[in-house]
Design a protein around this ligand. Structure first.
Ligand SMILES: [Zn+2]
Length: 86
């Protein structure tokens, strides 16, 4: 196994925060690159990504506990706007 030095290496905790954006295709290309580079070198995060994908696939949405307060606020905002428009 050769390991390439990564100037912008993504730490595990950042990957965990970005995983939902990655799955939903909302990550900027630059971060997608760093995300995937990290997956190549980190078994733990690959497993985490797989589990998240399975969970989302099974439930059709994210489990509440995995949503950050910011993401939850965005969702609530979206739901509110949506309701008012109905
Ligand atoms: Zn990792």
């Amino acid at each position: 196994m050769s390991s390439r030095p990564q100037p912008e290496e993504m730490p595990c905790n950042e990957l965990v925060e970005l995983v939902t954006d990655y799955i939903e295709g909302r990550l900027p290309p630059r971060d997608v690159k760093r995300f995937e580079d990290h997956l190549e070198i980190c078994d733990g995060c690959r497993t985490y990504l797989d589990q998240m994908r399975e969970t989302i696939g099974a439930l059709g949405h994210l489990p509440e506990k995995s949503i950050t307060p910011e993401a939850r606020d965005r969702l609530l905002e979206a739901f509110r706007t949506w309701k008012w428009r109905e």
